[in-house]
Design a protein around this ligand. Sequence first.
Ligand SMILES: Nc1ncnc2c1ncn2[C@@H]1O[C@H](COP(=O)(O)OP(=O)(O)OP(=O)(O)O)[C@@H](O)[C@H]1O
Length: 362
Amino acid sequence: MHTLVQDARASSQRRETIVSFRNLRKDYGANTVVPDFSLEIRRGELVCLLGPSGCGKTTTLRMLAGFISPTSGEILIEGQDVTRVPAYKRDVGIVFQNYALFPHMTVTKNVEYGLVNIGMKRSERVKRVGDMLRRVELQHLAERYPRELSGGQQQRVALARALALQPKVLLLDEPFSNLDAQLRVRLREDLHKLICSLEMTTLFVTHDQDEALTLADRIVVMNKGAVEQVGSPEEIYDAPATRFVAEFIGQCSLLEGQSLDGREFRTDDGLSLPACGQAGRITAVIRPENVKKADEMPGLPARRAVVEASDYHGALTRLHLRVGGSKLIMDTQFPVGQKPNPGEQIDIAIDPDGLRFVPPIQ
Ligand SMILES: Nc1ncnc2c1ncn2[C@@H]1O[C@H](COP(=O)(O)OP(=O)(O)OP(=O)(O)O)[C@@H](O)[C@H]1O
């Protein structure tokens, strides 16, 4: 499986660039919402803009769609500068957060709409719409109106409408935000399969890290308009470049300290860990799965930890621990009835292979 993912990624890396953002900037008056955004998206890639609310994701997506003009910089689609090209001439399909279906048109008419506009022959339209509805599994609802559909079905109509025009790029703005948690997961898988089968170059926006980690080939983590890190989901989770990325993706404990001689890292609270080779002040990132029960890691120094809180999550229990003055989060399992209570002590070990370092607080 891993090899397949790597192969797919390697082959996408060999493919040509479809979208280029070059030093894109957007100001609203004196307020700079996107200072300097550059990115290349290759054919068939599924790229996600991920970040907290207000970080500039939608603004960036809308600049590519042509709904917002950048203050400076360039956007290229298949090598053509489209920065000043109107939205309807960009060959970009978009699925909006609220789907924006035409309420007075049936599913068929909604999907057919763009095809009529470009003057496609009726026989071809019927074929294309049929194909699209089959792909999103909505043939049986073709004559319904949007108000007669569930949220998930409406989303699929919006997707079919965007894909019917066979755009060069598909843009998705928070595509799952109006759906309940279970449906989100199912539709996420369906969407992933569909986009992969069409080899559709896709840029999507979300503030949901799970969505980004499960769907994207590459994630662009944004913070206050700036790009913090670009990488595969594995890279972003396993090797965060900054404190912001480490905290935004998954859970972690961040320990400030000093790398002493390249071999020892000493936290400000006195905890000693293997160092990263770098000297000076630095921050250690420890994921909860890398804090283990001491007896699971014989040979590593055991540390006495006080349980401050424990949260039961079904498959695992999350413990909030204090080791000396340092706080750690640990994900583990206990036999039924043996979960430690707040105030109890347990012996833990920190897996040095999972230890990562990021620049310290400025
Ligand atoms: N037309 C506008 N005029 C002034 N400021 C704007 C305008 N549109 C967006 N902004 C500001 O730009 C910033 C980025 O907005 P944007 O919608 O791109 O964020 P986002 O990351 O997509 O957030 P969310 O996840 O909440 O949609 C925000 O601070 C927002 O208030």
